[in-house]
Ligand binder design. Structure first.
Ligand code: AHG
Ligand code: MN
Ligand code: MN
Length: 350
């Protein structure tokens, strides 16, 4: 006789899960479903290369610099090309934009033009590649706003509120894909032998009680008073504006935002990369609104959390350029709201 517990643990693949979600949208054409599946496939290919990183001669720097002025690693290029190549000819997209490319990537006139727009950070946390530390991929899907021909810049510069779907892959001890299409946040773990993403984390909700805060505390000397005091609050050393103390959270910082975000999404807490005066060229911090901020903001909101640039929800910011930076506070609602309070109180008068 079948073991009842085993029998009740339903096994669901990402393909079936996405198709099931599609059923609840009778108007759906299946194009978004296919697009998400293409991204999952790109994730599998990148994961296979990432885990082989130390074996093949893929590590090391290419010697070129990207639009952000950072050294490009070979895995960045590989991930960038893989996502592009799996999506340029499918007829599902009008335009793409990648964190690694200066300009938008409209679909070639050789291929049919679709109605969706894909923005992606092919490898997030790339400074960790050489150290066998978790890295990730982030993606954001919008509907095009232009009406014909290949997509244009305006299709890519949409507020996060317009997102149709967003997600990330994290290449860690195991590879996971986490996504939302506005119906909750769902996490899948790659079975590397079978080659399928299986549903392991349905309906992720960020815990009410936070455990972690994540920030590069090495930059404390570049912070404003509001950010310093907010961090003291998280450590349990500074009261909030009602005179209440936080119990003191654990600090965790990997330096791969996807991995830091993922841990805090499951464990509860806040990740932040504030504005600082470290580099006058980047007064708004390091992270990019379109490729990193908006997609994770959509995910966190679907999981019951929230995000801010210190003043405004990241989803409400109208991007003005593809690679614009933003201060970022993301995670448990209560902590993100506290960050805003500290910033309004101590920094607005600077
Ligand atoms: P990317 O590798 O896509 O350029 O992003 C790296 C980002 C992010 O993943 C991480 O949180 C942050 O850089 C770490 O920066 P610091 O080293 O300045 O803390
Ligand atoms: Mn990144
Ligand atoms: Mn990147």
């Amino acid at each position: 006789m079948l073991n009842q517990t085993m029998d009740h643990a339903k096994i669901n693949t990402i393909e079936r899960h996405i198709l099931d979600e599609q059923q609840s949208h009778p108007e759906a054409t299946g194009i978004l479903t296919s697009l998400l599946y293409d991204i999952a496939l790109a994730g599998k290919v990148i994961a296979s290369q990432t885990t082989r990183g130390g074996l093949v001669e893929i590590l090391g720097k290419t010697g070129t610099t990207n639009i952000q002025g950072e050294e490009v690693m070979k895995l960045d290029e590989l991930a960038d090309r893989m996502i592009y190549r799996l999506n340029d000819h499918t007829g599902r997209l009008a335009v793409m934009a990648s964190e690694e490319q200066e300009d938008i990537l409209p679909v070639s006139p050789r291929y049919p033009v679709g109605k969706y727009v894909l923005l992606y950070d092919p490898l997030d946390g790339s400074s960790n590649i050489d150290y066998n530390v978790s890295i990730g991929t982030i993606f954001a899907i919008y509907k095009r706003t232009s009406t014909s021909g290949p997509g244009i810049l305006a299709d890519c510069l949409q507020r996060g509120r317009n997102l149709i779907a967003a997600g990330y892959l994290v290449y860690g001890a195991s590879t996971m894909l986490v996504y939302t299409s506005g119906m909750g946040v769902h996490g899948f773990t790659l079975d590397p032998i079978v080659g399928e993403f299986l549903l392991t984390h349905p309906n992720i909700r960020i815990p009410e009680k936070p455990k972690y805060y994540s920030v590069n505390q090495g930059y404390e000397k570049f912070w404003s008073e509001g950010i310093r005091r907010f961090t003291k609050y998280l450590q349990g050393d500074e009261p909030d504006f009602q005179g209440q103390y936080c119990k003191g959270l654990s600090m965790r910082y990997i330096g791969s935002m996807v991995a830091d975000f993922h841990r805090n999404l499951l464990g509860g807490g806040v990740f932040f990369y504030p504005a600082d005066n470290k580099d006058p060229n980047f007064p708004h911090g390091k992270l990019r609104l379109c490729y990193e901020g908006a997609p994770l903001a959509f995910i966190v909101e679907q999981a019951g959390g929230t995000s801010s640039n210190g003043n405004q929800n990241l989803l409400d910011i109208q991007p003005e350029s593809l690679h614009q930076r933003t201060p970022m506070f993301i995670g448990s609602r209560d902590l993100v709201e506290k960050a805003e309070e500290f910033i309004h109180t101590y920094d607005s008068r600077e």
